[in-house]
Design a protein around this ligand. Sequence first.
Ligand code: CP
Length: 328
Amino acid sequence: MQHFISPTDVTDIHALIKQGLYVKANPFEDAHLGKNKTIGLIFFNSSLRTRLSTQKAAQNLGMNVMIMNVGQDSWGLEMEEMIEGHPVIMNGDKAEHVKEAAAVIGRYCDVIGIRAFAELKDRDKDYRELVMSQFRKYAGVPIVNLESATRHPLQSLADCITIAEAKAAYAMLARPKVVLTWLPHFKALPQAVANSFCEWMNPLANAGEIEFVVTHPPGYELAPEYLGNARVEYDQEKAFEGADFIYGKNWSSYTHYGQVLTQNPAWMVTMDKMQLTNNGKFMHCLPVRRNVKVSDDVLDSPQSLVIEQAANREWSAQAVLKEILLTL
Ligand code: CP
């Protein structure tokens, strides 16, 4: 694997899920692979899980780790090269251009991880994935997506690992029903986690390994290129019937870009709704606001997989870094 920015960088999703399960069982087997190799973790936004799990995974592989918060620890970075057909004039608050910054970081690091969320102001700009593509263009080393404007693939890989484990641990049906449900929230959040979850679930659904349903209020339709052929059900309770996995996430509107169209609390996941499922497991990427998106009794129940899911972030990162290190 040369980069890990989107699923198109992965030749075999099933093999990568298996690699995640393998490194979880054998965490220090490849400690020699990263010897004298350095990963730089570059954060444009806050993080708990991504920051710590990727650092831990890199250390398990014997890598050195450097972390930088852009704008706090470093200069603000200009990403654009042209504005309205003219070369960008850097007379604003961004003191350094990504052309130099990415190239310099690429001299210090063998792999670079980047987190840069959607700004939710300009849909075309966000969906162009400018930060990822500029680092890929100018760093000269493999790039790992730590959550970009439209995707969070390390999260989705951890979700796949968690589902595979739960299928085996709870002796589930060969083709469990997985439901992605929109959750209410007062803040506008990006579509990245939901987009990515669809991108990673659709190949499993197409292979007949899961049934995949997406449920949300009207106006929260995901971009067609991410939704793929997932079935959309606007009635949340109907979607929950017989589900084996409920994956909760809030996202802002794609069609009315970045807007919060409703905060309807009736979309919160409660134990009453979980009773409609097939003793289903609850998943969420975290952080989660209790009793806004999900009730305490669901999060604190044995049906919740959220901690195991977060723990699996270490193994998704380790599987990806191992594949990249094998190519260096
Ligand atoms: N799920 C996730 O990416 O968590 P952080 O934002 O804390 O990294």
